[in-house]
Design a protein around this ligand. Sequence first.
Ligand SMILES: *[C@@H]1O[C@H](CO)[C@@H](O)[C@H](O)[C@H]1NC(C)=O
Length: 267
Amino acid sequence: PLPYWPEFSEVLFTTVNNWDQIQKFKAKDDDLLICTYPKSGTTWTQEIVDMIEQNGDVEKCQRSVIHLRHPFIECDWHIIVTDGYDNLCKINIFSIYYTHFPKIIYVARNAKDCMVSYYHFQRMSQTLPEPGTWEEYFENFMNGKVSCGPWYDHVKGWWKAKDKHQILFLFYEDMKEVSEELRGTNLDEMILDKIVQETSFEKMKENPMINRSTVPKTIMDQSISPFMRKGIVGDWKNHFTVAQNEKFNNDYKKKMEGTSLTFRMEI
Ligand SMILES: *[C@@H]1O[C@H](CO)[C@@H](O)[C@H](O)[C@H]1NC(C)=O
């Protein structure tokens, strides 16, 4: 049976009402937090982590849709689901995924691809504001006028935090490269091989536990743009004009001044 999906207004309502509690969240010793700016590889990392934790057992990773296996901490959905394993279990946002990995995995994706991906996501998301034209969105993203605020502050903040806390800082572009190198090679490690296969973009796009096909159209209208759209590095080149690229680069230089954080815009 498919999990019950709350109406967005309901989600908002409980999140706002429980904000104090959400802010007071304290991780347990064996909790793992996956943190990202939107559209930077969240779903991908969730599936990889779950596959590792389940020792490459595909069936176990099918126990529920991904956004319920690893709930979002900032969305207080007390969702009642029947997931086929437990008759009835209450998924509580505060019982986060636990494992023996580093405390926090942060995934960062270059700003240009992130912007393009976010634009398409916002076009089909029925719960975020209309993104407007690409030209308008381009300006809004640079000005941080998007959900979750400026990309620049997000990545710089986490980059700094990694020196003080136990954070595994990953780049989407590296993950892409590594997964492509590993694919098709004759690995001794059968499990690793399986994880690489199962977490490829093509496979995940056709996995109903991942591709959001159970999310109603009133939340995500995938006829506008699929949730799993392209999953590549460098798609920004199909969107940025030469003038936009120049403008972006100048602005980027200013906003990213003083940080040692560097991104690859292509691989
Ligand atoms: C999700 O996966 C299912 C099963 O493979 C497939 O039928 C469906 O078209 C996919 N949905 C999207 C939006 O890609």
